[in-house]
Design a protein around this ligand. Structure first.
Ligand code: MCA
Ligand code: AMP
Length: 473
């Protein structure tokens, strides 16, 4: 049993049903099955076989889905790359994943041409739920991005759990506007769609200026967003919001904290309480507010069925309800380790428990509320930024002797990065910003650079970032 067998509930048994709307064209499940089979033959013709890696640097499109399904069917390991990454970030992933093939727009063009002549039938490759399906790169506190190995079983468990818990059925109309290179859209979006057999309209990206028109036109019943998307949707005119809310069944938020005020403002405008849940690349979804029952503002709810969660102190012992600890968890959702990094994989676990690095408090009635992280992490518009990576980059630049990057509150993006620099000689800040723009993904570029005489440090020499945040406000 593997993901291909599970996707057959839609790709084979619902072959004639409408599956995907993309830029005015509707594809059936059968067409998607055939397209991905042809793509699988085209990849085989390029020499790809089970266990090889395929890196994909593409925006959302049906081709992206074809490539993912082709990999699932062949046992090729799919490696999606954030399209906002620049050369430096790309080079690291390309050398680490060691792919047989790397697909950009140009390469896609020729691959599509060779797929067109291939057979739409494909024989089964022996794969199990333990077979690796994807490597998804996630940065760590070390600043080095690591590939999380996600198996067929991880994706299947996650998708089927969410379908059940969030009551997703083939009657749903699902609007997906998140980037497919992250697990929010790939692990939750694509899998909930294919396992439920609903109709999905895929957008190239979320554009807030067009959001109202898209919602009114497609009339979705199901939508997944990051908090920034919900803040943007608060700009919707009241009449349109009411109409959208009447058709809608479920709005889900995750990837970053949803402010309680946004949840409340959204409820007033659309008449829906957003369901907030919590996940990670390494574990897919862990904890979710209930479909029925109270969706508590500021809280992420209860562990999903089959997942065991503990809240632990720094010695790994359980803390009582009401006290802060780190989220430890185990279950069929937990990844198979970091690609070719045995030590990092070992360090991520305490025995059988995966250590998430997220801090939380559990209430007496079982709701979990996240309250920060053990390590530095800035989340901007749902994209993760590890300050250490930017600090190291800044310190490589001429004249910069020290750098500290902190998150500053932002009304739409949640947080944005700001850099504090100690210079050993004159630093041209405009040139520095231009260098960042060339080398780093747009969301990682500090929104401000401030020169300071020295960084505040504690007795151990560690930079006290909270002091910078205060002076920088
Ligand atoms: C953002 N930008 C993009 C895209 N998204 N460019 C191309 N394609 C995209 N898909 C760039 C823009 O060029 C711009 O760059 C900046 O980001 C902000 O764009 P703007 O139009 O102002 O958009 P916005 O209204 O602020 O909304 C941004 C967004 C985007 C649509 C919310 O941030 C987004 O799609 N975020 C989702 C990220 C995500 O899926 N995370 C899940 C990670 P410039 O600033 O240079 O002008 S998985 C995860 O965290 C775990 C597992 C979990 O729990 O889900
Ligand atoms: P990633 O490494 O991209 O998978 O991001 C995972 C991280 O996003 C988690 O470790 C959390 O810190 C954060 N995250 C995900 N969902 C939520 C949420 N609902 N509230 C707060 N933080 C979240």
């Amino acid at each position: 049993m593997n993901l291909r067998d599970r996707f057959a509930v839609s790709l084979f048994h619902r072959a004639a049903e409408p599956a995907l709307e993309w830029q005015g064209t509707t594809h059936t499940f059968g067409e998607i099955d055939a397209r991905s089979n042809r793509m699988a033959h085209a990849l085989t013709a390029r020499g790809l076989t089970r266990g090889d890696r395929l890196c994909v640097y593409l925006a959302n499109s049906p081709d992206f889905i074809d490539l993912f399904l082709a990999c699932i069917k062949l046992g090729v390991i799919f490696v999606p790359i954030n399209i906002l990454y620049r050369e430096r970030e790309l080079n690291h992933i390309l050398s680490d994943a060691d792919p047989k093939l790397y697909i950009t727009d140009a390469e896609l063009h020729s691959l599509r041409a060779s797929a067109a002549d291939q057979s739409s039938e494909l024989s089964a490759v022996p794969l199990t739920m333990d077979s690796p399906a994807a490597l998804v790169y996630t940065s760590g506190t070390t600043g080095v991005s690591k590939g999380a190995v996600l198996t067929h079983g991880n994706f299947h468990f996650n998708g089927s759990t969410l379908v059940k818990e969030w009551r997703i059925t083939s009657d749903d109309r699902f609007l997906l506007a998140l980037p497919l290179f992250h697990v929010h859209a790939l692990g939750n979006g694509i899998h909930c769609w294919l396992l439920s057999g609903c109709l999905m309209r895929l957008l190239e990206r979320f554009e807030h200026e067009k959001a109202t028109a898209t919602f009114l036109d497609f009339q979705p019943t199901l939508f997944f967003g990051v908090p920034t998307v919900y803040v943007r949707l608060l700009e919707t005119a009241p009449d349109a919001a009411r109409e959208i809310g009447q058709r809608m069944r479920l709005f889900v938020s995750g990837s970053a904290p949803l402010p309680a005020q946004t949840l409340e403002d959204f409820r007033k405008l659309f008449g829906h309480t957003i369901l907030e849940r919590y996940g990670m690349t390494e574990t897919l979804m862990n904890i979710s507010n209930p479909y029925d029952g109270e969706r508590r503002p500021g809280s992420v709810g209860f562990p999903l069925p089959g997942i065991t969660v503990r809240v632990a102190n720094s010695e790994g012992q359980d803390v009582p309800d009401g006290e802060t600890g780190e989220v430890y968890l185990k279950g069929p959702n937990v990844f198979a380790g970091y690609w070719r990094r045995e030590e990092a994989s070992r360090n991520a676990f305490d025995g059988e428990w995966f250590k998430t690095g997220d801090l939380c408090v559990r209430s007496a009635d079982g709701y979990h509320t996240l309250c920060g992280r053990r390590s530095d992490l800035i989340i901007s518009g749902g994209f993760n930024i590890y300050p250490r990576e930017i600090e190291e980059f800044l310190m490589e630049q001429p004249g910069v002797s020290e750098a500290a990057v902190v998150g500053e509150a932002h009304p739409v993006r949640g947080e944005v990065p700001v850099a504090y620099l100690v210079a050993r000689e004159a630093v041209d800040l405009a040139a520095l910003e231009a260098t960042c723009r060339q080398s780093l993904a747009s969301f990682k570029i500090p929104r401000r650079f401030e020169l300071v005489e020295k960084l505040p440090r504690n007795a151990l020499g560690k930079v006290q970032k909270h002091l910078l945040q205060r002076t920088g406000a």
